[in-house]
Design a protein around this ligand. Structure first.
Ligand SMILES: CC(C)(COP(=O)(O)OP(=O)(O)OC[C@H]1O[C@@H](n2cnc3c(N)ncnc32)[C@H](O)[C@@H]1OP(=O)(O)O)[C@@H](O)C(=O)NCCC(=O)NCCS
Length: 249
């Protein structure tokens, strides 16, 4: 039976305030295996808590169980939101930090909610808390390269058309985009090459259980767009588009 929010009141704090909770595991359910092989994420994601603890959050129950988290990097604003989405924002943020360049925007990388606590609005609360954390630092914006949670159901639909599809009440059709817009975000364009995964055909077969034996487009469960298979080159490439959402603070 789903828990009711008042069964387990949840507190949200920054990792800067609760360093003891940094890195606690949140069981939000499995990601498709291929999604674990992004090289930019492998290089940088684990460093986010240590480098940007004031914009990383944990949600805990009264008995100290971590049931959600959110990670955002900090960087200096560029003239445009990058077409390279998630990956470009991460690379810029760590390069800025290394060079001592003062950040003035935050960029959300992920929000996870433990399976037992999903569907109760906790993600919306984490998003609101991320906005507050960025505002507390004096930032003008929290940007997010959003991975729409239901796009995988229709991989052939162009992301721009999908992102702008709305319900009768005018809110986005996609639940995760809807949560961002409800929290005060505005759609700010598509990042066509936000999250790239390249591997040999043997790797893709292992990750997906699919044959990858013909060149062309392959629909992979959990992918937002088809994967491009190149038999002659013995590699396949997934270029995931995400949707830029800008939260003005
Ligand atoms: C996506 C995620 C963060 C949502 O967390 P949550 O606390 O359950 O979300 P909320 O309760 O705030 O609900 C947000 C919206 O999504 C909808 N929703 C929640 N779970 C859903 C599901 N499994 N399928 C479809 N819609 C869902 C809700 O109905 C709500 O929309 P509505 O209120 O307009 O109907 C959570 O499911 C999760 O951690 N997933 C795995 C990680 C992930 O995909 N993160 C997002 C990309 S980084």
């Amino acid at each position: 039976m789903p828990r009711r929010p008042d069964d387990h009141p949840v507190e949200i704090t920054t990792v800067a305030a609760r360093p003891d909770l940094a890195g606690a595991d949140v069981d939000a359910g499995p990601w498709p295996e291929f999604m674990r092989h992004n090289r930019v994420s492998e290089a940088y994601f684990w460093q986010t808590l240590e480098t940007f603890p004031t914009t990383c959050l944990v949600a805990t129950t009264a008995d100290g169980k971590v049931v959600g988290d959110a990670h955002a990097v900090q960087l200096s604003a560029r003239p445009e939101l990058p077409t390279g989405g998630w990956e470009q924002a991460v690379v810029w943020a760590f390069a800025d930090a290394r060079r001592g360049i003062k950040p003035d925007v935050a960029c959300a990388l992920n929000i996870s909610v433990a399976r037992d606590f999903q569907g109760q609005g906790l993600a919306g609360r984490l998003l609101a808390a991320l906005r507050d954390a960025a505002a507390d630092l004096g930032f003008d914006c929290l940007d997010a390269p959003v991975r729409p949670t239901s796009k995988h159901v229709e991989p052939q639909t162009p992301m721009t058309a999908y992102a702008h599809r709305v319900r009768e009440d005018g809110l986005p059709f996609d639940p995760w985009l809807r949560t961002h817009v409800r929290a005060g975000g505005e759609l700010a364009g598509v990042a066509p090459a936000s999250w790239v995964i390249v591997g040999s055909l043997a790797e893709w077969r292992r990750w997906t259980g699919l044959p990858f034996d013909r060149s062309g487009s392959v629909e992979v469960p959990g992918a937002l767009v088809p994967v491009r298979c190149d038999v002659e080159g013995d590699c396949a490439t997934y270029v995931e588009p995400n949707v830029w959402v800008r939260h003005r603070l």
